[in-house]
Every structure is written in structure tokens, then in C-alpha cells.
Design a protein around this ligand. Sequence first.
Ligand SMILES: C[S@@+](CC[C@H](N)C(=O)[O-])C[C@H]1O[C@@H](n2cnc3c(N)ncnc32)[C@H](O)[C@@H]1O
Length: 208
Amino acid sequence: MTNPEFERWQGRYAAAPGHLFGEEPNHFLAGCADLLPQSAQVLAVADGDGRNGVWLARQGLAVTSLDFSPVAQGKARALAARHGVDLNFEQGDVHTWAYPTQGFDIVAEIFAQFSMPEDRARKWAAMRDALRPGGLMIIQGYTPQQLTYATGGPKLLEQLYTEDLLRAAFGDYALVRLAIEERELHEGDGHSGMSATIGMVWRKPAAT
Ligand SMILES: C[S@@+](CC[C@H](N)C(=O)[O-])C[C@H]1O[C@@H](n2cnc3c(N)ncnc32)[C@H](O)[C@@H]1O
């Protein structure tokens, strides 16, 4: 059965001459460098053409880069090779992938706002289960204000993130960082111009 979203992303990556979201890491993720341990296993959720996963690997971390688009992953592999780092690439759907229980010290979801609420709840439950006690959950997304900028991201209100939404999903973890911003983003052709974002970092309690 064909999945129109899969075909749409395959087409977007195939049509982009270079990296759809650029080669540099997302600014919120890069700003979390001070929080990263020297060694850790990291899951990059919907990592696309690899700018974030490759950057995490360049920090010395063992990265699993999950996305459903083989075209994106081809570009991610090339970026990794250019930087001389290895990643574990998993081609899969974030809503149904077999997330290993407590398999990661860090789970990073950067601009993965394609899920409707029911699927998102399932995805976030799986991401929580995949995080080890004491580990970091890093989330970056667009807020509803982004609908007025229209410089990237989803067009549906239900897919955008608010502080309340993220607190409802992760508020039992300890909040480490919160950044609600309106700023210029230049992340390839995919995200370009004035943008409204929210970034949150949470630490899972040592014993849950
Ligand atoms: C906005 S892009 C962000 C990519 C990357 N996180 C970044 O910031 O550069 C969203 C990504 O989600 C992927 N994607 C969309 N739906 C997916 C799904 N159901 N399962 C896995 N990946 C999906 C797309 O292929 C695309 O790479």
C-alpha cells in the first residue's frame, strides 16, 4: 500500500539539490552541546538527511538515525562519510518502529511534527519507553505562531507544539531547558525566514 506522506517526503528530498534542511545542526540542538555526556547512545527521531544525527555523532556519541525516507538517508550517509563518522541508520516509520526499551541515553526529536494527536501520543510514549532513566529528551518544534510566518513546518494547528502540550507529555520529567523563540532560521530551503519555535529538554528521573 502506498503512503502519500512517504512519497511526498521522498519527492521533496529527491528534488532538493543538496540537503533539504542544510548541513548544519538545528540551532536549539547545537545549543544543547553543554548538556551532552562524553559518550551516550542517541536516537535521532525522523532525522531526515542527517544534519542533526551527524552533528551528534561528531560530538562522539553513538547515533541511531531513524527516518522513513531512503532518499534522505542516502544524503545522510554521504554527509556522515564527509565528516568521517558512522551512524546506525534505521529506515522505519516513527509511529510503528520497534523502539528498544531503555535503549538510549538521549532521544532527540527535531522538527518531526507530521503526526496527528493520536499518532503523536503513540510516538511520544514509545520515545519515553526508549529513554533510559537519567537520560535526556530533546524536542524542537514550531509553535502555532508559525502559521503566520509560513516559513516551514506543518500547516495544521493540531501538529504544532505548545509549552502546555509538551508539559502534558513530559512534565513528570525534570525540565532542564525551555526556549520559546521568534527568530530567523536558515536551515536549507526547507526552513527559511522568520520562525516561531519551542525547544525543551527534559531529564527522565533516575528511577521510574
Ligand atoms: C521536517 S523534516 C525534519 C528532518 C530532520 N529532523 C531535520 O531537522 O533536519 C521531517 C522528517 O520526518 C520524516 N518523516 C515524516 N513522516 C515520518 C514517519 N511517519 N516516520 C518516519 N519518518 C517520517 C521525513 O522523511 C523528514 O525527514
